[in-house]
Structure formats: C-alpha cells, structure tokens
Ligand binder design. Structure first.
Ligand SMILES: NC(=O)c1ccc[n+]([C@@H]2O[C@H](COP(=O)([O-])OP(=O)(O)OC[C@H]3O[C@@H](n4cnc5c(N)ncnc54)[C@H](O)[C@@H]3O)[C@@H](O)[C@H]2O)c1
Length: 401
C-alpha cells in the first residue's frame, strides 16, 4: 500500500507498547503480508475508497519497533496465533524475516515496579529509545500506539493536574504515574504523537493532554472499539431514531487469550467496564438497566463471544426483544485498526494538528475530545476530517515541550 500522494517520502515509524502481545503481533504479521501483496486489505478502514483523497502515509514506508516486558520472539508469538487460528496457516513463515527484523527493534518495557521505584530513570530511558529509533532509521516521524495489557484505573491526582507539576514530580523521582502514563509522557517528550488503544486511564489525565497541546502533538484514544461496543454503537442509534424505548440492555462477554487473563483481575476489568458503559447512555440519553460482564474462558483464546439481550418497548407500550451473538477474533479485528490509527495520526501530525484528535472517535469506546458515540456519524466525521489533512505541515520533531 503506497503513499496516497505520488511523491518520495522518508520512512516513518510505528512504535508499539506491548509489541509482543496478540494485537501487536497480528499487526506486525499483517503489515508485512500487506506490503508483500500476500493478503488483501480486508478490515483496513483507510484502504476504503472514501480515503482515496486523504493524503495518508503508505504502509510500505513503515518501520515497526516497540517495548514489551515479555521477551519471547515475535515469530514464536506469531506461531502461537497461527495455531489458535488467528493468523492463517503459512503466513508467519512467509514473513519470518520481517518479524525477526522487527523483533530486533523491540526494547524492554517498564514494569509497574520500575514506574514506582525509578520513574525519572525509566522516563529518560524510554525517551532515549524513541529518539534512537527515529534517528537510526532516519524516520520522518514516529507514532506510538499503546497495546499493552490493561492497567487498573488511576484516579487523577489534583496535585499533578498541570503538566509542569507532573514533570516536576517525575523529575524528583516521585511515583505519580503507571507504566502507561510514563509511556505517554516519554512519547510526547520525544516529539511523538501518542495513541492509546487500551482502556488504561493515563491518556485521560489533563496533564497529558496539556503536554500534547504544548508540544503541538496529536493524542488519540481510548480503548479500541472492535466487538460488542462496535455493534452497540451501530444498533443503539436505531432505537433512539425510531423513538423506541430501551428498557434493558445486558451484555455477557466471554474471552480468553492474554487480554482475557488480564481482565480476570477485577481491578483491570474495572477500566474496561468503565469504557464499555459510556456509549449506550450517551446515545440513548438515559441508562437502561442490565449488567455488562466480562469473563475469562482460557479455552476460547483470542475468540470472543458477546451475547447481548435487549428488551425494548414500542407504541402503546408493547414489549419486544432483540438478541445478538457476536463471535469475533479480537486480534484480527483490532490489528488493522492499529495500522489505520498510525496512518491517520501520522497524517494529522504532518498537517500540524495537535491535542486530542476527536475525529478518530470512530475507533474508540471512550473517544478523547468527543461525546459522539454513534458509529455512522463518527464515520462521516472521520472521512471529512481525513480529506482535510492535506493542509499544513508540522515542523520536524524537536523532542522538547
Ligand atoms: N483485541 C481487541 O479487540 C482490543 C480492543 C480494545 C482494546 N484492546 C486492548 O489492547 C491491549 C492489547 O490486547 P492483546 O489482546 O494484544 O493483549 P495481550 O495480553 O496479548 O498483549 C499485551 C502485551 O503487553 C505486554 N505488557 C504488559 N505490561 C506491559 C508493560 N508495562 N510495558 C510493556 N508491555 C507490557 C505483555 O507482555 C503482552 O505482550 C489490551 O489492553 C486490550 O484491552 C484490545
């Protein structure tokens, strides 16, 4: 997939946090397979004709790197995903050289203990990793996308609501951020736009938004919309626009894989449940009764089953029901969106856009900078916004805020 505009460009970078996880590995295999013409761009939103007039960077000029706290080789993770039916048989073998090259560019991540004990040192090292990646590969720009395991919610501390207070606390080695927050700050200090595909709360902190504004860098998130919530935000506007009253909406989510194991911990699940809860109430204007549950079933691997039961009321109070069962392969749904977000965020940076990219809300359960959750409206907004990205250009990254 080449640059939309026919002009020579320097390569650009995508730095994945959680680079050896299921979504990141599927994105790495998919990127190599797409650029070699081994697979069609099914599931890649930016390959739709609607984006033909947007000036997006090509996937062929993209160099992958990242951080992870795990160290099994990417090719081994890809084989496990192949065995689980997430990646087609033979595909990892056909792109092993690309996976091995990307593997060389994965640096150790920051564990929660490092973020607590030595935040200043961790931040310096993370920032240096990004600058080295950009310089070693002569990259025009680097987009950082967080795909690490979901973190427990973090209450915003009013003492660090301002960017300067947060930076002062970090410089004094005070443990004020989770690893996710440190990754976001490191990206912004290194002059890189930051995208949070996870429900972790760091990117929602006001100080991080202020840092992005000050550094004239785009920020996007949070929590990729790929399954039950994607269907909800397509269906809920139908009830609202037909003046039907939703009385209850209950959702049961069963999944395995690394994400399922992480979400088995109630504190991590709390982050995901919070981002899942918002869209329905925002679309309907009221909160119907009914629980949303997430349960870990290791045997399901990356295959998620969501079963939703909706009870609603029509003319004269007549009661009706709708049920749906979604059986999706989470990583296959998420990986192309990671490539889409990288292309769109890089184009936004080149066009000089900064702060929360509300037009990318289409991709997220809890969109930064936007209260719009209706999928069709979000899509129209995205297309119009992307078409306008040819205007303006950002200066070369300086790595200062
Ligand atoms: N798959 C989807 O459809 C989807 C949708 C929305 C959000 N997400 C989010 O995307 C993230 C990734 O999902 P996944 O299925 O790939 O999960 P996964 O468990 O397979 O991968 C997570 C990776 O993050 C790494 N990691 C953990 N802590 C880290 C740290 N402190 N620093 C660096 N790396 C760290 C792990 O070693 C692992 O390789 C999760 O937070 C998930 O909630 C996924």
């Amino acid at each position: 997939m080449q640059d939309t505009a026919d002009r020579p460009r320097r390569p650009w970078g995508l730095w994945l946090v959680g680079a050896r996880g299921s979504v990141a590995t599927t994105a790495a295999v998919g990127h190599a397979a797409l650029t070699r013409g081994l697979v069609p761009p099914t599931g890649l939103v930016t390959a739709l004709a609607a984006f033909d007039c947007a000036d997006l960077p090509g996937l062929d000029g993209l160099v992958l790197g990242g951080w992870d706290t795990a160290d099994d080789p990417l090719a081994k993770r890809a084989e496990a995903l192949q065995a689980g039916g997430v990646i087609p048989q033979g595909l990892p073998g056909a792109v092993t050289d690309a996976l091995d090259a990307a593997d060389e560019r994965i640096r150790p991540g920051i564990a929660a203990e490092d973020a607590q004990r030595h935040p200043a040192e961790a931040l310096d090292r993370l920032r240096a990793d990004l600058v080295a990646f950009r310089e070693d590969h002569d990259l025009e720009r680097v987009v950082v996308v967080n795909l690490a395991s979901t973190e427990p919610p973090m209450a915003p501390d009013p003492a660090h609501a301002r960017a300067d207070d947060l930076l002062t606390a970090l410089a004094a080695d005070r443990p004020v951020l989770s690893p996710g927050g440190l990754y976001a700050v490191a990206a912004l200090l290194a002059g890189c736009p930051f995208v949070d595909f996870t429900p972790s709360s760091a990117t929602a902190l006001p100080a991080i938004a202020e840092l992005a504004e000050r550094a004239a860098l785009p920020l996007a998130g949070r929590d990729g919309k790929t399954g039950e919530t994607l269907v909800k935000t397509a269906l809920a506007p139908m009830f609202a626009d037909r003046a039907l009253r939703v009385r209850s909406w209950s959702g049961m989510n069963l999944l395995g894989g690394g994400d399922g194991a992480t979400l088995a911990d109630p504190s991590s699940a709390a982050s995901k449940l919070a981002s899942k809860a918002t869209p329905l109430e925002a679309i309907l204007g009221y909160r119907p009764e009914g629980p949303v549950r997430i349960d870990n079933v290791p045997d399901l691997g990356d295959w998620k089953t969501a079963w939703d039961l909706i009870t609603f009321e029509g003319f004269l109070g007549t009661r009706m029901q709708l049920q749906f069962t979604w059986q999706g392969c989470d990583s296959a749904l998420a990986a192309p969106l990671v490539l889409d977000l990288a292309r769109l965020t890089a184009a936004a940076h080149r066009a000089g856009r900064s702060g929360a990219l509300d037009a990318l809300g289409y991709f997220f359960k809890a969109p930064l900078g936007s209260d719009e959750h209706r999928l069709d409206r979000q899509f129209l907004t995205l297309i119009a916004w992307a078409a306008g990205l040819g205007e303006g250009s950002a200066p070369e990254p300086t790595g200062t805020v």
